[in-house]
Design a protein around this ligand. Structure first.
Ligand SMILES: [Zn+2]
Length: 232
């Protein structure tokens, strides 16, 4: 049976709604998760027929739904920092994609719940803690007074993963520890996330509510933060 015939009513409705605007195809792949790849207006949802469930298809469709708002955050940061010898080492493609993904998740989760699905199935192992205290303890940002780009990269990723958790897991200790390690960086990433949560994706405009401006002010703060620092 075709995957499309297995979808429940709400996901089927979302799919047909989206198809008025986007070309969407499904493709089987030997992976243990679902993913969507969009290029030139065509979205391909990759899934494993043996483990796929309705919620994971709904999840990918919600990523496609967000495309209509046309905001760029992760990729914009990635491209902008490519020419910065320090920041390009921190903001690699993986981190920037991760930021984009987490930002998406925050904006699509309410609609996912509205469709009647459970928090547990929003992502794989949905209820789990997204970042462990041990990982944070093991994180050393500096070595001989030089910052390690890979550690700063993970620091930002950990913090974003905590903020993006759709479950109310307790991260009080995690956050305390991260803040203590690098207070200014903590503030910069936290402000960036908080501004995103308030950002109105449905009314983007270049002057009053701009995604480019939002990403830009984060990037400026990162540039200021790193300016006087030595990195490995
Ligand atoms: Zn996702």
């Amino acid at each position: 049976m075709d995957i499309e015939d297995k979808l429940d009513k709400n996901t089927t409705e979302l799919l047909s709604e989206l198809r008025k605007e986007f070309e969407i195809v499904f493709q089987k792949k030997d992976i243990n998760y679902c993913e969507v790849y969009t290029q030139n207006g065509k979205s391909t949802i990759f899934y494993n027929p043996n483990i796929v469930n309705n919620e994971s298809i709904a999840h990918e469709l919600l990523h496609i739904w967000l495309n209509k708002y046309n905001y760029i955050i992760g990729n914009h940061i990635y491209l902008s920092f490519q020419s910065d010898w320090k920041l390009s080492k921190i903001f690699n493609k993986f981190l920037c994609d991760y930021i984009g993904n987490c930002f998406d998740h925050y904006k699509m989760y309410p609609k996912y719940l509205e469709m009647g699905y459970s928090p547990e199935k929003f992502i794989m192992n949905g209820l789990d803690e997204k970042c462990s205290i041990d990982d944070i303890k093991k994180l050393h940002l500096k070595f001989l007074s030089k910052y390690k780009p890979d550690s700063v990269n993970r620091y930002i990723g950990y913090l974003i993963s905590i903020y993006a958790d759709h479950i109310d897991n307790s991260y009080i200790e995690h956050l305390k520890l991260l803040q203590k390690k690098e207070p200014e960086l903590f503030r910069i990433v936290t402000d960036f996330w908080n501004r995103w949560t308030e950002f109105d994706i449905e009314n983007i405009d270049a002057i009053h509510n701009s995604d480019i401006e939002l990403a830009g002010s984060f990037m400026t703060e990162m540039e200021d933060w790193i300016e006087q620092k030595k990195i490995k």
